[in-house]
Design a protein around this ligand. Structure first.
Ligand code: FE2
Length: 357
C-alpha cells in the first residue's frame, strides 16, 4: 500500500525539445524524481521499466502524436496519470485528451505555479486512488455478508479519512468537496474513470431538474450526492467492462450499492436513490417493481438523468445521440419508463440549458 509521501513521486517528462524538458525539470525537481524521454518509443520503454506516477506529455512528438501515446499509456498502465502540455492546444484537443483519460491540460508557455500545482494535485489523487484500488482488491469482507461488510467499509473510510486529515491527501483549495464526496468520487474513479464521469454528469442533470422544481437546498444536496453514487455497486463487479455493466440489468446489484452507501454514512434518502434508480414508472423495473409515485422522487429524477446520459455520452461500441434525439427518445418512454410530468420538466430544462458537447 502506498506509504506516506516521504518518497518523492516520479514524473516522466515527454518532450522532443530540450528547452521545455529543462524548464519542466527545473519546476518539478524539488517535488518529484524526474525522468525524461524525447519521443513516444523512449517514453514507453521508461514506463515499462520504472514505477512512474505522472507523465507530462507534449501533444506533438516526432514519432507519433501525444494523443496516440496517451491512449497507449492508458491501455498499458491505466493507473498512471497524464497531464498534456502543448503549445498547439485548442479547447477541442484538450477535451479529446481529457476524454481519453488525461488528468489535465496545460498550454505552453506554461505558468510554473500552475504546472506545479496541477502536478502535485494529480499525484495526490493518484495516491488516494492507489490506496483504494489495493484495498478494494484485497479486502473480501467489503463484498461479503453483514456484519463484516459494514465493518470493512468503516475501516476503509477511517483509513482514507485519517490520511486525508494528516495532510497526506491534503486539499490545496478551500473549495474542495467534503471528505465523503471525495471518497465517493475516488471510489468510482479507482474502479474506472468512466464511472465517476458518468456519476458527475448524472448528478449535474439531476441538479438542474431539482433546481427547476425548486426543491429545498438539503433535498438538492441529497439528490446530487445520491445521483453521483447511484452506480456504487459497480465498483465491485469485475467480469465485464464497466460501460457494458452500466447498461446491463443483470450486472447490477443495487442492494450491494445501497449497503455500501449506508456503511459510508450517506443519508437514507441518498441510499434510496442507489437502491431504486432502476425502478420504472409502469412497475416493470427492479429490484422491487415499484410503480408510479411509490418510487421516491429523487430516484425518479435520477432514473431520467442517467437514461439521458446513457444516450448522449460517448462509450465504446455505440454512437452517442444528439441532445435533441436523446430527448425525443426520453419523451417516447414517458409513462412507461419515466414519470410523465417529470419527463416534461426534465426535457424542458435540457432544451433550455443543453449540456456542453
Ligand atoms: Fe448509471
Amino acid at each position: 500500500m502506498t506509504g506516506p509521501t516521504d518518497v518523492k513521486p516520479t514524473v516522466l517528462i515527454v518532450d522532443d525539445e530540450a528547452a521545455p524538458r529543462a524548464a519542466l525539470t527545473q519546476i518539478l525537481r524539488n517535488n518529484f524524481q524526474v525522468l525524461t524521454a524525447e519521443n513516444a518509443r523512449a517514453a514507453m520503454a521508461v514506463l515499462n521499466d520504472h514505477g512512474v506516477d505522472l507523465v507530462t506529455l507534449d501533444l506533438r512528438l516526432p514519432d507519433r502524436s501525444g494523443a496516440e501515446l496517451l491512449t497507449e499509456i492508458k491501455r498499458a498502465h491505466a493507473e498512471i496519470e497524464v497531464i498534456m502540455v502543448t503549445a498547439y492546444g485548442t479547447l477541442q484537443s484538450a477535451m479529446d485528451c481529457i476524454r481519453q483519460g488525461a488528468a489535465g491540460f496545460l498550454l505552453k508557455p506554461f505558468n510554473a505555479t500552475e504546472l506545479l500545482t496541477i502536478s502535485l494535485q494529480t499525484t495526490q489523487k493518484k495516491q488516494r486512488l492507489d490506496m483504494l484500488r489495493e484495498w478494494l482488491a484485497s479486502d473480501k469482507d467489503l463484498w461479503g455478508p453483514e456484519p463484516a461488510c459494514t465493518e470493512a467499509w468503516h475501516k476503509l473510510a477511517a483509513a482514507y479519512g485519517s490520511r486525508f486529515k494528516q495532510g497526506i491527501l491534503q486539499n490545496t483549495d478551500a473549495g474542495e468537496p467534503s471528505p465523503l464526496l471525495q471518497l465517493l468520487s475516488d471510489l468510482l474513479e479507482a474502479k474506472d474513470r468512466h464511472l465517476v464521469n458518468h456519476g458527475n454528469r448524472v448528478s449535474f442533470y439531476a441538479s438542474l431538474v431539482a433546481n427547476r422544481m425548486q426543491l429545498s437546498l438539503p433535498e438538492q444536496n441529497i439528490l446530487s450526492l445520491g445521483a453521483l453514487a447511484h452506480d456504487l455497486d459497480l465498483i465491485h463487479i469485475p467480469a465485464k467492462p464497466v460501460l457494458q455493466q452500466e447498461t446491463d440489468r443483470s450486472s447490477h446489484r443495487t442492494d450491494l450499492g445501497a449497503r455500501i452507501g449506508r456503511a459510508l454514512g450517506l443519508p437514507a434518502d441518498a441510499v434510496q436513490i442507489i437502491a431504486l434508480h432502476h425502478e420504472r414508472w409502469d412497475g416493470t423495473g427492479y429490484p422491487f417493481g415499484l410503480q408510479g409515485q411509490r418510487i421516491p422522487l429523487p430516484a425518479r429524477i435520477t432514473t431520467l438523468a442517467q437514461a439521458f446520459d446513457h444516450l448522449t455520452a460517448e462509450r465504446s461500441g455505440t454512437t452517442p445521440l444528439t441532445v435533441k434525439a436523446a430527448l425525443d427518445e426520453i419523451e417516447r418512454q414517458a409513462g412507461t419508463a419515466f414519470d410523465p410530468a417529470l419527463t416534461e420538466i426534465f426535457c424542458r430544462a435540457m432544451r433550455e440549458q443543453p449540456p456542453q458537447a
